[in-house]
Write a protein that binds this ligand. Structure first.
Ligand code: TYD
Length: 202
């Protein structure tokens, strides 16, 4: 069975650092795994990624584009690998957090999530929770990667509220683990490994 672990959180939350540390850990311990990212993840979808993250699409269109890209990625993964450990850099929670602007949009997103087959629901989702001061401190030393990062940085409160709603939402049997991301990356990494082992994913 495919086992999925997903990572969520703001740009500058240290998400990429944690994913890199996990990649190194798996390599060192000879644990077979695949890493992918959303939007994109595979060749054709990377082209679509560029279009999406630099677009001025309406919120509803964005929801559908993100899910179209997502369903395509899921179907490819199902075809290719029946028995692998996958690490996703963002997944459906990002659409809820970022595009969940009002009750109607959230309802649409929840309905789309419910169309995802049980086997493609993550076993664990790590949400790296960073406070506003740390986020803006980290931002200072870096440039924006794409148009979205710039727009969404100013919607910190709304996105954080949505991520907090996700901690209470039951989606299959997945565990949604909120991690205090204002700490040392190595300590966070140990915590990530602890949970992955606890869930018997490695
Ligand atoms: P990316 O460069 O991958 O940013 P990050 O390093 O933060 O993951 O850009 C992805 C952008 O797309 C990011 O701003 C979050 C946004 N996004 C959504 O708004 N909705 C989604 O469903 C997904 C997957 C990403």
């Amino acid at each position: 069975m495919t086992k999925i672990i997903s990572f969520e959180g703001f740009e500058y939350s240290g998400k990429s650092t944690q994913i890199d540390l996990l990649k190194k850990y798996f390599k060192k311990n000879k644990i077979k795994s695949e890493f992918t990212r959303e939007p994109g993840g595979i060749k054709d979808l990377e082209k679509i990624r560029e279009v999406i993250v630099n677009s001025s699409f309406s919120n509803k269109s964005l929801i559908l584009f993100f899910f179209a890209s997502r369903f395509e990625l899921i179907s490819k993964i199902e075809l290719l690998n029946q028995n692998k450990l996958y690490v996703f850099d963002r997944y459906f929670d990002s659409t809820y957090a970022y595009q969940g602007k009002n009750a109607e949009d959230k309802k649409i997103i929840k309905n789309l999530i419910s169309l995802i087959d049980k086997k493609s629901i993550p076993k664990i989702t790590f949400y790296l929770d960073i406070n506003k001061n740390s986020l803006f401190e980290r931002k200072k030393s870096r440039s924006f990667q794409n148009k979205f990062d710039q727009i969404y940085l100013n919607q910190y409160e709304r996105i954080k509220k949505n991520y907090n709603e996700l901690t209470k939402l039951k989606i299959g049997n997945r565990k949604f683990i909120k991690i205090n991301a204002n700490r040392d990356p190595d300590i966070i990494h140990q915590e990530v490994i602890f949970h992955i082992k606890k869930c018997k994913l490695i």
